[in-house]
Design a protein around this ligand. Structure first.
Ligand code: NAD
Ligand code: MG
Length: 390
């Protein structure tokens, strides 16, 4: 039996992971499951899978979790430190599927323990790429990609030498607004941004897909994960979401990875790696599909991509600034304090303000500096929202 833990078990990726575990429960010994406010779901899964411990991120929900798991034998805990403690529990495989920078610290702890971290949480590499990779290396830990594009690249690279790689192309569906005229985007509502044409995901990443901030984060994630330079990474809009990524080699060959848009593929690949095992995903029927379309993204429509390129060139703590400003701008959009297009404007303003402040971005990439930068960037988003309203 393999010992596994799932961080962010109640979310979209967490539930897809549990779906795979539920199909073969005899193979897995569940150590920790974590969630946020959905105590009922967390308790139900922890009880069924007989987890050692269930953790809610919210301290004020500890009593509810305790009540929900009474008599089950599952230990309960709450809060940030409890998440890190759960990450320190020995496990053979850990899913990192918390949304946002909140996933960074538990993930780092798993790496410090020398564990295998299946990384759905792209923010981990965006905020603290070099720190995360160094921690993994120093502790002989392993990172496996779960983001579909990065899993696709990882699979296209099996048996290949990185020195033969010329470029990496990640695809983007274009999100909810890909066919909207530009002048309508300013008035896009939270509800409109929260529906995705191809993928069923958490609300935050769905909105990030509409704004292309998701692809922006993935550009940075690609640079960090595969150690390529920014000019080796391209984005292609591909409305069908069948080709997830392509790798171009120095002989001109291009290896594409295809599959139905179902995250259980990338999750299952990381779960069974280095083997491939049967997965309950739809099989492709390209004949029926008829055509696959590709086009270059329009930067006027998607300023997030331009900002990500600047962040990749800038390095240092600019990834932490970018991600935190994006997260806070998204909070303010969801709260209906700002419009859809203002998210990118405000993230750019925060990046500029950090640059003008001098030196901050060039502080060493330590966990403390990442957390402080993250906090400051969120505060500055709020300042700018107030200034603009006033
Ligand atoms: P989600 O919103 O559905 O779930 C998020 C999970 O994190 C939940 O369990 C929630 O309780 C927990 N959580 C939220 N805030 C927290 C906090 N502050 N501290 C601790 N836990 C917290 O999100 P998702 O769509 O499953 O995405 C999870 C991660 O995977 C994100 O980083 C996302 O970018 C990435 N990802 C998701 C998909 C997808 O298909 N959903 C695809 C690729 C990558
Ligand atoms: Mg992705």
């Amino acid at each position: 039996m393999r010992k596994i833990s799932i961080f962010g078990a109640t979310g979209s990726i967490g539930q897809n992971t549990i779906d795979l575990i539920d199909r073969d429960p005899a193979s897995y010994d569940v150590v920790a499951l974590t969630g946020g406010g959905n105590i009922e779901k967390l308790a139900e899964d922890a009880r069924r899978l007989n987890a050692d411990v269930a953790v809610t991120a919210y301290e004020d929900r500890l009593d509810d979790l305790r009540t929900a798991l009474a008599g089950s034998g599952v230990k309960v805990a709450a809060g940030q430190n409890a998440l890190t403690d759960a990450a320190a529990r020995p496990a053979d495989w850990v899913m990192s599927a918390i949304v946002g920078a909140a996933g960074l610290e538990p993930g780092l702890e798993v790496l410090r323990q020398g564990g295998t971290l299946a990384l759905a949480n792209k923010e981990t590499l965006v905020c603290a790429g070099a720190l995360v990779l160094e921690t993994a290396k120093a502790n002989n830990a392993r990172l496996l990609p779960v983001d579909s594009e990065h899993s696709a690249v990882f699979q296209a690279l099996v048996g290949e030498d990185m020195s033969a790689v010329e470029r990496i192309i990640i695809t983007a569906s274009g999100g909810a607004f890909r066919d909207w005229p530009l002048n309508k985007l300013a008035h896009a509502t939270v509800e409109q941004a929260s529906s995705h044409p191809n993928w069923d995901m958490g609300q935050r990443i769905t909105i990030d897909s509409a704004s292309m901030f998701n692809k922006a984060l993935e550009l940075i994630e690609t640079k960090e994960f595969f150690g390529v330079s920014p000019d080796q990474i391209e984005v292609l809009v591909h409305p069908e979401s069948i080709v997830h990524a392509l790798v171009g080699f120095q002989d001109g060959a291009v290896m594409a990875h295809m599959g139905a848009p179902d995250m259980r593929h990338a999750i299952g690949y990381a779960l069974h790696w280095p083997d491939r095992k049967g997965l309950p995903v739809e099989r492709l029927n390209l004949g029926k599909l008829g055509q696959l379309r590709f086009s270059e993204p329009d930067e006027a429509r998607y300023p997030a991509l331009r900002l990500a390129r600047a962040v990749m060139e800038r390095g240092g703590l600019s990834g932490a600034v970018f991600n935190a400003a994006k997260e806070r701008a998204l909070d303010r959009f969801v709260a209906r304090d700002i419009g859809f297009l203002q998210m990118a404007e405000i993230v750019e303003a925060v990046l500029d303000r950090f640059e003008a402040a001098g030196g901050l971005i060039d502080a060493p990439l330590t966990l403390d500096n990442v957390l402080q930068t993250d906090h400051l960037a969120r505060t500055w988003v709020d300042d700018i929202v107030i200034q603009r309203a006033g």
